[in-house]
Design a protein around this ligand. Sequence first.
Ligand code: DER
Length: 224
Amino acid sequence: NTKDLEKQVAAREAVKYIRDNDIVGLGTGSTAYYAILEVAELVKNGLKIKGVPTSEHTASLATSLGIELLDMNSVEYIDVTIDGADEFDVQLNLIKGGGGAHFREKIVASLTKKEIIIADAAKKVDKLGKFKVPVEIVPLALNYVKRALTKLGGTGEVRMKDGSPFITDNHNVIIDADFGLIEDAAKLSESLNQIEGILAHGLFVNLTAMVIVGKGTEALTYTK
Ligand code: DER
């Protein structure tokens, strides 16, 4: 359908930024999926890259497609990462974590020289916050963090999957916190960073070099 075509268009544009011998961060989600397919095609045609996966799911997908992987602890930096997002604004701030992978995605993004986000046109927003902010929490600290989030104006419940709490690759739970439309993403990110027990939240501020959007058959590139 149109959305899938737009994801593919964005993915095809994004992989143009990969060079031979690059270390490539491999994102998670249905958009990053198309980028991983494209990278696998390039590898099959001789491109020499090594991938750093942002989730167990991406690791097994990439391995099944013949992409050689590195552990994020074995690299000093990553040359280029291609990942998705749930929302992005004109400052290239993001909400990520819809797929529950935002902790490893944030570490990979922090290691990455050129973080490229790919998205279908619907992900572009004037103001972040319609999509709730995923907050990954160490279960021991759940009640403390829940109260701290409420004090910050964020209400939300533990993300469920098939009737039980969704458990991340890192064995934690997620609260999808509704802060309403977010006036100052950097400020909220800083406040969330102060709350002990939060492993990672889905506000990605000043981590993105460019966002490539598929709009119909066109690829639109946003940079700051
Ligand atoms: O979980 C994540 O951060 C994913 O990148 C997600 O936010 C985007 O997933 P999608 O490409 O399937 O919409």
